[in-house]
Design a protein around this ligand. Sequence first.
Ligand SMILES: Nc1ncnc2c1ncn2[C@@H]1O[C@H](COP(=O)(O)OP(=O)(O)OP(=O)(O)O)[C@@H](O)[C@H]1O
Ligand SMILES: [Mg+2]
Length: 707
Amino acid sequence: MATWACGSCGGENPEGMSFCGHCGAPADSPWRCADCGGENLPATRFCGHCGAARSEVAQAPQEPERDVADALRSFVAEQVADVLIEAGDKLPEERRLITALFADVSGFTSLADRLDPEDLLEVIDPVISGLSSIVGRYEGYVEKFAGDALLALFGAPVTHEDDAERALHVALEMHSELARLCADLPHDAELTLHVGVNSGHGIARILGSEARMDYAVLGDSVILAQRLESAAPPGETYVSEMTVRLAESRFDFEPVGELTLKGKSEPVAAWRLVGPRARGRSATRKGVSTELVGREQELAVLSDTLDRLAYGAGAVVALTGEPGVGKSRLTAAARARAEERGFQWLEGRCVSYGAGLAYWPYLELFRDFAGIRIDDATEGASARLAGALDSIGIREELPFFGRLLGLTSTDTSGEAARLEPEAFRRALHRAFAVWVEAAAREQPLVIAIEDVHWADASTIALTGELSSMCLRASVLLYLIARPEGDSVLGEIAAERTTIRLESLGESGVDALIESILESSSPAGLASFVARRTAGNPFFVEELLRSLRETNALVRENGSWTMRPGWDARTLPETIEEVLSARIDLLPRTAASALQTASVVGRRVPLPLLEEVATDVPDLSGAVDHLVASAFLDHIQEEGERALSFHHALVQDTAYSRILRRRRRDLHRKVAEVAEGLYGAGDNAIDLLARHLYLGEAGPKAFDYLVR
Ligand SMILES: Nc1ncnc2c1ncn2[C@@H]1O[C@H](COP(=O)(O)OP(=O)(O)OP(=O)(O)O)[C@@H](O)[C@H]1O
Ligand SMILES: [Mg+2]
């Protein structure tokens, strides 16, 4: 087999690899001499500057901090850059769930034969910068360029709960961006793009001041993404099973069967990315498959509000609750009630990457109103919009909504098209007010905005204006948000009815499990699941799915039983994505206190934490923050001040991110401190033995266990 030697570490690699499998350097990268620091051509073995034999790689020269910061900001999103800069080289190594996107542009090679290098750059530069700026917009991290390939990571250094979805949006936009660029490129460049996407666990760390991720240790995830890319036909994106699983509620995929990929002994199942899923009737994570459990009281409040709407009494209602608690599910039930009464229900969703997308939920809502598909900007779409406005007698507003929806065929010469942004904004808000009034004259109207905690500034402003109108018309403005959206809700409407959705109790969890299993649940399962999930229905569903998939929960002769010996700590990736994203939103000191606490246990005595977490500068500030954001609760235990994880799954997620070596050290430290605090008396033995065992301090743990 033909091989090449890596310019960076000297490792041998098979021909055709774009990156070194040993250190992750691009295939054609130069190497730096350890003695004199001079840069040398890739394939050379001696330094051309000083004659020294090639050995260890010297550190890249230290760049002044500000330059690094500026450079970073120019190619990653602000939030990602901030994390990198704040951390310096102290960003801890962590095990993360990462989605890797590998994109390869083909067609450069034939161009390279025809063009001289300078002309070739004229083609390559706009393509590479066009593609990588898309990654930045979705807060991904462009890990590497190698010739005509690009590797982007989502999930490190910053995790979002929808990293897999972001990667897929990026893939789709890359294909359309390349098509657009090709039309303008010089030299008749005919380029095509192949993309592969895969999600999996890896270790993220930052290498030196370059803030490069050492993705060599990310291993398999990245390699599989690259293999999928190489199997994808031009213009297509191939996706692995794990990514499909993480994104299936928002995207459509088509199976392409099992692929035999180079370097993989087993065939790998792959899917073709079709596109974003046409919006269903609700925005629940999984679609509404099970019966609605509980929520009678909340539904009664909503039904009353709807009844009053029929008499012209509008309202602003906010529904708040933690992720996965069932806000969207309850909303689906409320929508059914509204539609039973013959009311019109229009819905738009704010998106986590939408801060820069003005009026996003209103675009969705208005397309819904006019019956226009998301990618339809044709004359047919304009005609439908005109018809919809006509039906409520406000056709004259067509140019404003046409411009908002990007329907150029509506009116390119009129007043609306020529307005400056600020004047257009005012005119648009006025048009919306006219529309709401006219639409509600026909029949009561519900305007539902989902996930308001992610609302962009223009959405907040417009919704605020509409909220004051609602009270005077048959309009219900129904706003759904997570707790962190409270301040945005306050900005939108000072006067509102708020429904706070709480987790399900144990009997609710039991009912939910029965409706998922379609039969009664085995003894002990409901209380186990309730304890693990704290009654969060999303976590209940995912935990159950994971128990079934790992054969911990099996159906035998028509009834379900639990298999002994399964690992209660395995964490479904879907849950991990959500919780990891919440941890990443924490300030670093709080995140690090949370991790140390996760090593101590579900219950964390404060004096113990104080002595273990000595590397957290302001521990009490960090703890306050964690309590305020519902990660931890204060409890009193046997007269001792203690903390308890609000959620066992939060503890697991935080714990799962710590690398084994550090875990081991922390467990040992916990044991040491505990022995100092509580002695080695009978009531401390269990604690000591557990931490010594997990700290891999075998013999000593054994001593305690046999006592
Ligand atoms: N009361 C319920 N009965 C049955 N299933 C429920 C109930 N509440 C939630 N679920 C299910 O749990 C999952 C999560 O619920 P949902 O998507 O409504 O949460 P959410 O509060 O909207 O979360 P997010 O803030 O992430 O949008 C969904 O699959 C939903 O169908
Ligand atoms: Mg929701």
